[in-house]
Design a protein around this ligand. Structure first.
Ligand code: ADP
Length: 471
C-alpha cells in the first residue's frame, strides 16, 4: 500500500514537473516567435520608410511639423509672458495636447505603410501609436521645456523638475510596450520648438499569427504529455495488476495447502484407526474406514489433477475433443449424478427448450463445467439450496443458465470471479473452501468451445451463471 502510494505520488509529481517544463519551453518559443515577428515587421517598415522617402520626398510628418511650428510661434510668445504658475501649467498641458493631436491626425506615414504592406501582400492590419518623448518651445533662443517622458527624463537627469512629466496626467505612456514595433524615432528643431517622438505600430493579428506559428510546438508538447500520462497509467495499472496477482498466488498457496491437508489428515487418521487392535475384528468398521480412505484419495487425486491440468494449459493450447451429444439427455444425466453425489439436499429444477436436439461438444469438459457451477451453487449457499437449470437455443447458440439462492456475489467481485485463483472475500476465508479455480475452469472450457460465460448476481439474492456455446 505504501509502495503503491509512493509510486502514485512520484508519478504525479513527475508529470507536474514535465508540464511545468513544457509550459516554460512553450513560453520561450512563443516569445521567440513574437520577437521574430517584430523583427520581420521592423525590417519591412525600414524598407518601407526608405521607399517612401525616395518616392515622395517626405517622411509623412511634414504637414504636422508645419502646423506645430505655426502653433509654437504663438504659444512660445504667450508662455514667455506668463507669470502665474497655475496658468502656466494649464497652458503646458494645452500645448502638449495639441502637439499630440496634430502628430496623430496629420501624419501620412500610416497610410504610406499600409499601402506599402498591401503591395507586398503582407499583413496591413496595424494600429499606430505616437509617443512624444520631449517637447520644448523656443522664444528668441530662450528654451521653454514643456514635456519630458519618464524614459527620456532618466536619460536627461538635469531637466526633471522644470517640465511637465509623462505619466497619466500628461496623457502619455512613458514606457514602450514590448509588442509594439518602433518604426521611426524623429527629432526636429526649428526657431520655435524642439520635438522628439517615436512612431510605433502594433499588429492586431499578431497574437493569432504567432499562435499559429507556435501551434506545432504546442501540439507536440501536448502530445508528449498525453503519451507520458498514458504510459504512466499503463505502468501503474500493470504494477497494481502484478500486485493483485501476487496476492492471489499467495492466497492460492494457502488455500491449496488447506484443501490438500483436509483429505490427507483424514487419510492419516483412518490409517492409524486401521492399526488399532480393537478395530481388527470389526469388519464393518474396517470397510467403512477403507471406504473413507478411498474416497479421500480420490478427492486428493482430483485436486492434484486439477492443479496439474491448469498448469498444463498454461504451457499448451487447450485441447478439446468434440462429439455429437443429445444435449437435453446429456444435461439431465449430469444433474442426476450430481443429485446423487455432492448435490444431496439441494432442490434442483430443470427446464429445457432446445430447438436443436444435438450439439457437438467435449462431454468430459462440459460435465466438469456444469458440475463446477452446481457445486458452487450448493457451496456458496447458507440455507437450503434451491437451484434451477434452464437450457434453450437462441441465435445459433445454446444457453445453459444455472441460478441459485445462495449468498450472491458483489459487483466488484463479479469482475474477477473468472480469474485464475480469485476467491471473493467473505471475511472468513475458510468458511467456504476452494482454490479459486472452478470458475476459471468454467470460463476456459466455454471459451475453448467458442462460447463464453457471464454472471449476474446480487449479494444475498443468489447468482445466475449463463454459459453460451455456439452450435
Ligand atoms: P472456489 O469455489 O474454489 O473459491 P471458484 O472459481 O469456483 O473458486 O469461484 C470463485 C469465487 O466466486 C468463489 O470464491 C466465490 O466467492 C464466488 N462464487 C462462485 N460461485 C458462486 C455462487 N454460486 N454463489 C456465490 N459466490 C460464488
Amino acid at each position: 500500500m505504501k509502495k503503491r502510494n509512493a509510486v502514485l505520488i512520484l508519478g504525479i509529481v513527475s508529470i507536474i514537473i514535465l508540464i511545468t517544463v513544457q509550459v516554460i519551453i512553450l513560453r520561450g518559443v512563443y516569445q521567440g516567435k513574437s520577437e521574430m515577428f517584430n523583427l520581420r515587421y521592423r525590417l519591412y517598415s525600414q524598407d518601407a520608410l526608405t521607399a517612401i522617402s525616395r518616392r515622395f520626398s517626405t517622411d509623412g510628418f511634414d504637414t504636422a511639423r508645419m502646423m506645430i511650428n505655426n502653433y509654437s510661434e504663438k504659444a512660445s510668445r504667450e508662455i514667455a509672458a506668463m507669470t502665474d504658475t497655475a496658468k502656466l501649467s494649464a497652458k503646458r498641458k494645452d500645448v502638449i495636447f495639441f502637439v499630440n493631436k496634430v502628430l496623430n491626425q496629420e501624419q501620412d506615414l500610416s497610410q504610406f505603410l499600409s499601402d506599402y504592406f498591401e503591395r507586398r501582400r503582407i499583413d496591413k492590419n496595424f494600429n499606430h501609436k505616437i509617443v512624444v518623448n520631449y517637447f520644448e518651445l523656443i522664444n528668441n533662443d530662450h528654451r521653454i521645456p514643456i514635456f519630458i517622458s519618464e524614459e527620456y527624463a532618466t536619460r536627461l537627469p538635469g531637466r526633471r523638475d522644470t517640465v511637465q512629466r509623462g505619466g497619466p496626467q500628461g496623457g502619455f505612456r512613458p514606457l514602450r510596450h514590448v509588442s509594439e514595433i518602433l518604426v521611426k524615432s524623429d527629432r526636429s528643431e526649428t526657431n520655435y520648438y524642439r520635438l522628439d517622438f517615436d512612431y510605433f505600430i502594433d499588429f492586431r493579428d499578431k497574437q493569432k499569427v504567432v499562435m499559429r506559428e507556435t501551434a506545432a510546438s504546442l501540439f507536440l508538447s501536448t502530445l508528449s504529455i498525453i503519451v507520458v500520462v498514458i504510459l504512466f497509467l499503463i505502468t501503474y495499472k500493470n504494477l497494481m495488476e502484478e500486485k493483485r496477482l501476487s496476492n492471489l498466488k499467495t492466497d492460492f498457496i494457502n488455500n491449496m495447502t488447506h484443501e490438500l491437508k483436509t483429505p490427507l489428515s483424514t487419510i492419516t487418521v483412518a490409517g492409524k484407526t486401521l492399526l488399532l487392535p480393537q478395530i481388527r475384528g470389526n469388519d464393518g468398521k474396517i470397510v467403512e474406514t477403507a471406504r473413507m480412505i478411498s474416497k479421500q484419495s480420490v478427492h486428493l487425486n482430483q485436486l492434484i489433477n486439477m492443479i496439474l491440468e491448469i498448469s498444463m494449459w498454461e504451457r499448451t493450447q487447450f485441447q478439446i475433443d468434440k462429439k455429437k451429444v443429445k444435449i437435453e439427455d446429456f444435461l439431465r444425466d449430469i444433474v442426476e449424478s450430481f443429485r446423487s453425489g455432492g448435490g444431496n439436499g439441494a432442490t434442483i429444477t430443470q427446464n429445457y427448450n432446445f430447438t436443436n436436439p444435438e450439439i457437438e461438444l467435449d462431454a468430459v469438459y462440459i460435465t466438469t463445467l456444469i458440475n463446477n457451477l452446481l457445486s458452487n451453487a450448493v457451496k456458496y449457499c447458507d440455507k437450503e439450496p434451491v437451484i434451477s437449470i434452464e437450457g434453450f437455443s437462441q441465435d445459433n447458440n445454446i444457453h445453459i443458465r444455472v441460478a441459485d439462492n445462495g449468498i450472491g456475489i458483489g459487483k466488484n467481485d463479479q469482475k474477477h470471479v473468472f480469474d485464475k485463483f480469485y476467491r471473493a472475500s467473505t471475511g472468513n476465508i475458510h468458511k467456504y473452501k476452494g482454490l479459486g479455480l472452478g470458475l476459471y475452469y468454467v470460463k476456459k472450457i466455454a471459451e475453448a468451445h467458442g462460447g463464453d460465460v457471464t454472471v449476474s448476481s446480487k449479494p444475498g439474492k443468489g447468482s445466475i451463471f449463463t454459459v453460451t456455446i455456439p452450435y
